[in-house]
Design a protein around this ligand. Structure first.
Ligand code: SF4
Length: 405
């Protein structure tokens, strides 16, 4: 189980006010004194993570956080780290002391979790001191799930774990291409070999698509963009689907007859890794950009940028040409968005080939929470080059968003 990367594990965040018993509960979950526990409020400062196997669910990461009622300048920084951990969570356990009724911070926390679409359960801790019936009445009236526990007396922890196991959302299986094709279909993949292509190999989305198409027992034809016309003319049956690199979309769209479905590797990846409809919503906001608007180009990994780099050079140029606006375009590489995310009018995200599906979902969720539209490179490139809606036609959920203008 130690071989499962943290990014692939479901993240369970323990959140609540200072001194509610979050760290004690984490220790009870893990079965060891992982986190320092003290009666002094605010003992936990930065989020503390621990990977474990939560049976029978599987590998998870437990995240202990600082209190949401922390005070002072440092306290505010800790709160924002806690809220960031919450925004990256798959599930939250809100730990409450059970002697009082709900405070504003706790109510705000519930709203925050609901807005971020993070499912949660409330752990009513310290039942050894007695449970306030007004609190349970309040939780019942808000239709909030809760479990009564005592970390000190080790009561209710097993039952809480059982509830958590049932409530953690299961991973949805999203095929890359498998649901679009069937046995003996012909699939044509267009792979330009230009200066931007890595030497001696194909890039991951291309390899993954080939593999999944082969797994579906389809007949896979791979050609460069220059050979596409020749390849199509030699087939005695229409392909079921043509998939191209985004940057060749205009040439390929011109070469592929309108009655053959066409999409791009980036759009396949956007659906596989992210939420294609969210990106389609995002492109509908591109034309709303105004002079001086801030646009964030976010890349999941740092890499050596090339002379005509897609994120640094081409996309900014295409976007400014397309919108005819004087935009302020910033770049960010790595796992985090900048703290001033709300200042941006659009996020343009890379294809996230190095990021997990979970990681990409988190980034989309964070953008949605800050109400900043998000697109990815591939969807934007197809849009700017006039290939939308054609390149999203194979996907009903994306077309539905596009047509709902
Ligand atoms: S698509 Fe994103 S994650 Fe993949 S190499 Fe480019 S910058 Fe890195």
């Amino acid at each position: 189980m130690n071989k499962v990367a943290n990014s692939e594990r479901k993240h369970i965040v323990f959140v609540g006010k200072r001194n509610s018993g979050k760290s004690s509960l984490v220790n009870r979950f893990v079965g060891q004194d992982l986190v320092i526990v003290s009666d002094t409020p605010g003992t936990t400062t930065d989020p503390v993570k621990k990977a474990m196997e939560l049976l029978p669910f599987g590998p998870v990461v437990l995240v202990d956080t600082a209190g949401v009622d922390d005070v002072g300048e440092l306290g505010q920084k800790r709160i924002s780290k806690t809220l960031k951990a919450v925004s990256e969570a798959d599930f939250a356990i809100v730990v409450l002391g059970c002697q009082n009724t709900l405070t504003d911070e706790e109510q705000n926390l519930f709203n925050h979790l609901e807005k971020l679409e993070v499912p949660f359960i409330i752990a009513l801790n310290k039942i050894e001191l007695g449970v306030n019936p007004d609190l349970t009445k309040e939780l019942n009236s808000l239709k909030l799930r809760f479990a009564e526990i005592s970390c000190i007396e080790d009561k209710g922890i097993y039952e809480l774990k059982e509830k958590v196991v049932k409530l953690i959302p299961a991973e949805e299986e999203q095929p890359l291409i498998g649901d679009l094709v069937k046995q003996h279909d012909i699939v044509v993949l267009v792979v330009p070999i230009d200066l931007g292509a890595p030497k001696g190999r194909l890039i991951m989305p291309q390899v993954q698509t080939i593999r999944e198409a082969l797994d579906e027992d389809t007949i896979v034809v791979v050609a460069k963009d220059k050979e596409l016309r020749a390849a199509l003319s030699k087939l005695n049956e229409k392909p079921k689907l043509v998939v191209t690199d985004s940057q060749a979309i205009m040439k390929v769209a011109a070469d592929v007859p309108d009655d053959i479905p066409l999409t791009t590797f980036s759009i396949l990846m956007a659906r596989y890794k992210g939420e294609l409809p969210e990106f389609v919503k995002g492109i509908k906001r591109v034309n709303d950009l105004l002079n001086g608007d801030k646009v964030l180009i976010a890349e999941s990994c740092t890499h050596h940028s090339q002379e005509d780099d897609i994120g640094r050079v081409k996309i900014p140029r295409w976007l400014r040409n397309h919108t005819q606006r004087d935009l302020q375009i910033d770049h960010r590489s790595g796992a985090d968005y900048p703290d001033n995310l709300a200042d941006y009018k659009l996020i343009i995200h890379c294809g996230a080939c190095m990021a997990t599906r979970r990681g990409m979902h988190t980034r989309i969720k964070q953008a949605r929470f800050m109400e900043v539209p998000i697109v990815n490179y591939g969807v934007l490139i197809s849009y700017i080059h006039g290939a939308i809606p054609r390149a999203i036609e194979p996907f009903d959920e994306a077309i539905a968003v596009w047509e709902d203008i």
